[in-house]
Design a protein around this ligand. Structure first.
Ligand SMILES: [Zn+2]
Length: 88
């Protein structure tokens, strides 16, 4: 069963900054959330760093955004926080 980002944010939920996706680098997707929701999140690795990518599944054109890149261990922590409503 795939993970779901909770509906509710926890108190003190940190806001992530989201940017236009950078292209070029090869990305390895390590984990992802269930696609039953319009917004799908992926934990990605590129060149030893980690980041989170989100895709809003529009009918015509999906809207893709990415976070900053972090050391992989930190990206995994932020991924865990995302899945528990501690960051978004
Ligand atoms: Zn689902």
């Amino acid at each position: 069963m795939s993970a779901h980002v909770p509906d509710r944010r926890q108190p003190g939920c940190k806001k992530l900054a989201w940017f236009e996706p950078s292209d070029g680098t090869r990305v390895l997707v390590l984990a992802w959330t269930c696609d039953c929701l319009a917004m799908v999140y992926e934990l990605c690795q590129a060149g030893g760093q980690g980041f989170i990518r989100r895709t809003l599944q529009n009918e015509d054109a999906p809207e893709i955004r990415e976070t900053h890149r972090w050391p992989l261990a930190q990206a995994r922590e932020i991924w865990a926080a995302l899945l528990t409503g501690m960051t978004r």
